[in-house]
Design a protein around this ligand. Structure first.
Ligand SMILES: C[S@@+](CC[C@H](N)C(=O)[O-])C[C@H]1O[C@@H](n2cnc3c(N)ncnc32)[C@H](O)[C@@H]1O
Length: 353
């Protein structure tokens, strides 16, 4: 290891301390981005063009102190989120565009909830490590799904965050989940039905059921307004508890469901799909498949696993762990297709044994 700053500079590599510090203060960046996004700054700059903070506050009603907001926008500009000039005028960039509500690839809601309720839950990570218990109840007063039920805005924002996080996996599902000839499919815990709607667009003879928590159903139905009439006639939102039973169908799709739950719940849920399945159908789980122990790849999937640890009694799983779940519930894995995204998302396809 280099002993002096000069030796470090001569090696041309950042010192280890700088690398670790950058990782550690990554939380400052995500918090700052989330806070200015919650103030709608990316939307306002997109709509009205470059502005200083006084104008953002006085003309567009941003609820902030000018000097403090300027410091937050300057920090964001330093990592490319906004432009900044010598007069303290900030403008939009391609990065701020994805933080707007009008971007077709918007991650605005994801960014907003990430810095808000999700951040509170993450503060319980030391306790999760110590006790082995999820921390939503300790930090929010109830488990995360009950918190969503008790806070309709959180439920809507969470659903929107999931939708914005689904673009890649929906593309993957359309490419690799072959539903030719299938008449009925259930999207278990399908949120607002974003995946089902795209499958119905592709398969014109398919009928899709989105099974969801009853409180989410009216929000999902409202959001269908304006959708193609043919799609509306082939989609059904069913309120219920997936651990009690699932509607009958040839195919079950569970996207980002299994990783929320412990093995007992997952085996029960897959078992429900098995017993309601019409004929020799298939189950498609879309979730991370972690590399085996000893392979240090898959960083984001492994941090997503920590997210599951703090929020839910869930986890990300290796191929071997997926096999145990499927086999115990009466399914055999017939293919695992990686979607090659940062989160290690794959489609795990199973058939009845
Ligand atoms: C991580 S989200 C995934 C949403 C969607 N499948 C996606 O990938 O965008 C988990 C979903 O499971 C739903 N959910 C949680 N518990 C449920 C239950 N017991 N029965 C039915 N749905 C449930 C939640 O409302 C939420 O929409």
């Amino acid at each position: 290891m280099a002993k002096t700053l000069q030796e470090d500079n001569e090696r041309g590599a950042p010192p280890s301390q700088a690398i670790v510090m950058q990782m550690v203060v990554g939380a400052w960046m995500s918090q700052t981005i989330s806070s200015v996004t919650r103030l709608d700054i990316p939307d306002l700059l997109k709509k009205h063009g470059p502005q200083n903070t006084l104008k953002l506050i006085q003309e567009y009603g941003v609820d902030a102190k000018p000097d403090h907001l300027e410091r937050a926008l300057r920090a964001c500009a330093s990592i490319g989120i906004f432009t900044e000039d010598a007069e303290g005028i900030f403008g939009p960039t391609v990065l701020s565009d994805v933080l707007t509500s009008t971007s077709p690839v918007s991650v605005k809601k994801f960014t907003e909830v990430f810095g808000n309720s999700w951040w509170k839950v993450w503060s319980g990570l030391p306790d999760a490590l110590k006790t082995g218990c999820a921390q939503a109840s300790a930090q929010l007063g109830m488990d995360y799904w009950d918190y969503c039920k008790a806070n309709p805005k959180e439920m809507e924002d969470f659903g929107e965050a999931m939708k914005s996080n689904s673009r890649n996996s929906i593309r993957g599902a359309l490419e690799y989940c072959d539903l030719s000839g299938v008449r009925k499919a259930v999207d278990v815990g399908g949120g607002f039905g974003h995946l089902t709607i795209e499958l119905l667009r592709k398969y014109r003879n398919l009928y899709g059921i989105v099974l969801e928590m009853p409180d989410l159903i009216p929000i999902a139905r409202r959001r269908l307004a304006g959708e193609d009439k043919d799609i509306v006639s082939r989609i059904e939102f069913a309120g219920g508890n997936m651990f009690d039973e699932v509607p009958g169908a040839e195919v079950y799709i569970l996207k980002h469901i299994i990783h929320d739950w412990d093995d007992t719940h997952c085996i029960g849920l897959l078992g429900n799909c098995h017993s309601s399945m019409v004929g020799d159908g298939r189950v498609f789980c879309i979730d991370a498949v972690l590399p085996p122990m000893g392979d240090t790849g898959g960083a984001l999937a492994k941090f997503l696993d920590i997210n599951m640890m703090v929020f839910h009694p869930g986890k990300e799983r290796t191929r071997k762990q997926w096999e145990t779940l499927y086999n115990t519930a009466g399914f055999k894995i017939v293919s695992v297709t990686s979607l090659n995204d940062n989160f290690g998302t794959s489609i795990v396809e199973g058939r009845k044994m």
